[in-house]
Design a protein around this ligand. Structure first.
Ligand SMILES: [Zn+2]
Length: 122
């Protein structure tokens, strides 16, 4: 499932795994729940739409945040389009809608969540 994940993503299909124990969504799919580590996960298709609840700054001015998908919460994931210079101000404006996207670095894809209406560029 994990190996086909990016092919499916390319085709516009977002596959994720939902934890049978806590209901958290592992996206991209992982071998166990990214929140509680429970090994029994159920494959689901997700819309990719969600809300960014909180984020923080990582090295190299990248950001990661906690996204609540329509299908359930996820573990922390990379986010784009947020204010990386004033994270206090940026967090004060949350929650805001985000959508899943893929950032290609050569042939390697990383799932990121992008703010749908960036308050930076507006
Ligand atoms: Zn879980």
């Amino acid at each position: 499932m994990i190996t086909t994940f990016y092919k499916e993503l390319d085709a516009g299909v977002l596959e994720a795994l939902k934890c049978s124990q806590c209901g958290a969504v592992s996206f991209p799919p992982d071998h166990a729940c990214t929140v509680c580590d429970f090994p029994t996960l159920e494959p689901i298709t997700i819309s990719g739409a969600g809300e960014l609840q909180v984020y923080c700054l990582l090295p190299e001015a990248k950001a990661a945040g906690e996204v609540w998908l329509e299908e359930g919460r996820t573990a922390w994931a990379p986010v784009e389009g947020v204010d990386t210079e004033n994270t206090w101000q940026g967090n004060a404006e949350l929650p805001l809608p985000v959508e899943a996207a893929i950032r290609w670095d050569g042939t390697e894809g990383t799932v990121v969540f992008r703010l749908m209406a960036s308050t930076l560029d507006g």
